[in-house]
Write a protein that binds this ligand. Structure first.
Ligand code: NIG
Ligand code: FE
Length: 416
């Protein structure tokens, strides 16, 4: 057995029996001072005040890891990333600084299509090498599980190459990786301006059957947005994905209040993500559902949208709220989860406690992993971040800093 000893402050995210947390309870992330944790093999065995744990388990301990009186939290879960891509898009960043909008740039062939061209010129090995490096950076920020989407392929061959890349890096990293098929990320150039319906049929009749047969994805995601995939398109794609037994995630209500959130709830989507422009009806629908509202404030920040998802309203009306980086080369090139928490606090008025719940147990729920991980609960997977901090509030407070000191995945140290 392994003992994690000398924990100054332990944040468990376990204030609802290891299940996702809503409403006012989000502000109670489960704090124990002067604590210790016992791990056996891949799993948590016990946690509690140090003296209690020591008196019960001291004679059974084979190895001890000290938290040096710092903070210990569950390993963070990043439930929305586009971490497989080629090239970078700093020139578009500069174009936006000079006044052009994200949608303008994308209509002119930049944006997602720009990265899609780079991906097609790349190959599986190069993509895997890039992504493996990004995953190392994520681990250094305390992230132990993440979702990765395809979506820069936009042809059968390239989408499958992206999904194979995700499978390949998943085999090589200690992180748990959840793969999502995002063929409906953008309309490829050769289907514009009039052949979107044909591309949708290609996704349904050619791509999806192979994705399912080869078991390359757990979820299907769709960019439901004006001028991209409209509500009707999204519904057709959702039905196709559900009929093949895949779960649903949506990029919804990011720029226009399209009703994507309501549609996601109607079809029992695992999550609807972005929600900057969500309507009152959308908030109401989420508040009565198990669909997770995954907020990506790094995107509002980096695109300088001037507005953020209504996190307070969502939490106060009992919607399940998660946070994520949205790590991608266009709208959010960061892997720094602590910085996302800082932005969530200062711009969306989430409390530091709510941020940790959102980035652990609720983000695990957003990818269907909450039974296995996301909180420090006996029998859950032993995924931890140890921080050089006195308390959890210091994490979003020291904004832009990385206070992670050690990361543990399934009971093994993966970052010192
Ligand atoms: O989640 N909104 C669409 N997709 C990504 C951006 C992808 C890109 O710009 O490359 C997002 O923000
Ligand atoms: Fe995204």
């Amino acid at each position: 057995m392994i003992l994690i000893n000398n924990i100054g402050e332990l944040l468990t995210s376990d204030t609802n029996q290891g299940k996702p947390i809503r409403g006012k309870t989000m502000n109670n992330p489960g704090i124990i001072h002067d604590a210790a944790i016992v791990i056996e093999d891949d799993y948590f065995v016990a946690l509690g005040p140090r003296h209690e744990i020591l008196s019960k388990y001291e004679h059974k301990i084979d190895k001890e890891i000290s938290a040096n009186n710092g903070l210990v939290t569950p390993g963070l879960v990043d439930p929305h990333t586009h971490a497989v891509f080629a090239g970078t898009r700093e020139l578009e960043f500069e174009m936006r600084i000079e006044g052009r909008s994200y949608m303008e740039i994308s209509k002119a062939g930049g944006g997602i299509l720009n990265t899609a061209r780079r991906v097609r010129e790349s190959n599986e090995d190069q993509l895997a090498t890039n992504t493996a490096q990004y995953l190392q950076t994520m681990i250094s920020h305390g992230i132990t599980t993440c979702e990765i989407k395809s979506g820069y392929g936009l042809s059968t061959e390239s989408e499958l190459m992206m999904l194979r890349t995700i499978a390949k890096v998943a085999d090589r990293t200690p992180m748990d990786i959840i793969p999502t098929f995002l063929g409906a990320h953008e309309i490829p150039e050769n289907y514009r301006p009039d052949n979107k319906a044909e591309y949708i049929q290609l996704i349904i009749n050619e791509m999806l059957p192979i994705v399912v047969k080869k078991n390359l994805a757990k979820f299907v995601d769709i960019f439901c947005e004006e001028g991209v995939f409209e509500l009707e398109d999204t519904e057709i794609l959702i039905n196709a994905a559900l009929s093949k037994g895949l779960g649903i995630k949506l990029h919804a209500d990011e720029i226009q209040p399209m009703g994507g959130s309501e549609l996601g709830v109607l079809y029992n989507a695992k999550s609807v993500d972005h929600l900057v422009a969500i309507s009152e009806k959308g908030i109401d629908a989420l508040s009565k559902s198990n669909t997770v509202a995954t907020l990506l404030p790094g995107t509002s920040f980096f695109l300088a949208l001037g507005r953020y998802a209504p996190a307070r309203k969502l939490i106060d009306s009992d919607a399940l709220v998660a946070l994520s980086t949205d790590f991608n080369p266009g709208s959010s090139p960061t892997m720094n989860a602590s910085l996302i928490m800082s932005i969530a606090c200062s711009q969306m008025k989430m409390t530091p406690a709510e941020c940790f719940v959102a980035y652990t147990i609720n983000s695990a729920a957003a990818i269907g992993m909450d039974n296995i991980l996301g909180s420090i609960t006996p029998n859950k997977q032993a995924d931890l971040a140890i921080w050089d901090a006195d308390n959890y509030r210091q994490i979003p407070y020291f904004y832009g800093e990385n206070l992670v000191s050690k990361v543990i995945k399934k009971g093994s140290i993966i970052k010192i």
